[in-house]
Ligand binder design. Sequence first.
Ligand SMILES: Cc1cc2nc3c(=O)[nH]c(=O)nc-3n(C[C@H](O)[C@H](O)[C@H](O)COP(=O)(O)O)c2cc1C
Length: 341
Amino acid sequence: MDTALPWFKDAFPIYLAPMAGVTDKVFRQICKGYGADVLVTEFVSAEGVFRRNERTREYLDFDACERPIGVQLFGADGTHMAEAAKQVVDWVAPDFIDLNFGCPVNKVVAKNGGSALLKDCPTLTSVAKAVVDAVAPLPVTAKIRIGWDADSVNAVRVAEILERCGIAALAVHGRTRAQGYSGEADWRVIGDVAQAVTIPVIGNGDLFSPQEVMRRRAEPKIAGVMIGRAAMSAPWIFRQIKHYLATGELSPAPELSERWDAIIEHCRRHAENWGDEEQAIRAMRARLMAYSKNFPEAKALRKKFQHVATLADVERIAEEHLATAATMSDFVGQAFLPATA
Ligand SMILES: Cc1cc2nc3c(=O)[nH]c(=O)nc-3n(C[C@H](O)[C@H](O)[C@H](O)COP(=O)(O)O)c2cc1C
């Protein structure tokens, strides 16, 4: 493997996947606390960087404890992307820039951004080259899907192009754009990409347990993995993965009380960061729904989460839930299951 990125040296890094609306600064730091090795911001529009709008500035915000961290940019114009990347480097000095060539969302694809560039290799090349040249020697990485649709799976070709453009590492989500999040990630194609290039390839898609990560680590040339949705409902999965990779032993998911402590801390830090508790906790509702995924009595919890508006609301729900769970005979066993999201 050919790499200038220090986090691949003698290591198998576990990335937190970029997730718009999820991997903000607070959540990234929580995942880092549980052992995520490399973080990436939510995707940021190159055009937003130009306009220097307030929201974009928030997306770019990170603390030193999050390093190594990359800022992910999307856009379809090489010159604009290069200029935006330079501005980002001047503003916040990330450890790398990551290019989004995988986003399936209509709003992005309609402007020829994200995964649309998988079927426009000349533009993909010009964007990648322009950004690599603009920010050199800062590394530029990329994240792709395996193709536009089942008839045009071209991840190997795209990877070879990106490697020639000077991309330093490549994350591959094993789905096509047409799949959205349905079906299964195709790890065979991810493996083909890893065999075809010398830069590190980070496998991504459907990793929900330490055992699955271990299995992927054993595959030839996969240099690291990226965890997305599993972390949304169980950020402690990074700790479990690290422990399993290091010892071969499965560690239990945290006790319910520890999980609630983590959730309340997330809410508290989110409110602090946002500055308006009510707005912040309302915005946390979707996140709380995700957290409840592997909880006992999840349906009842989700009903309650629909109405939370203050930190005290969340604390009260936690108290009630812990009291109910304590009376449930099957719960004690549940706490010791490894988390699967
Ligand atoms: C809510 C959500 C938001 C996402 N936002 C981004 C994004 O901003 N940039 C990106 O490259 N991928 C984004 N993704 C895709 C993830 O990074 C990842 O590739 C995908 O979820 C597959 O990994 P997983 O099976 O571990 O979840 C998003 C996924 C989700 C679920």
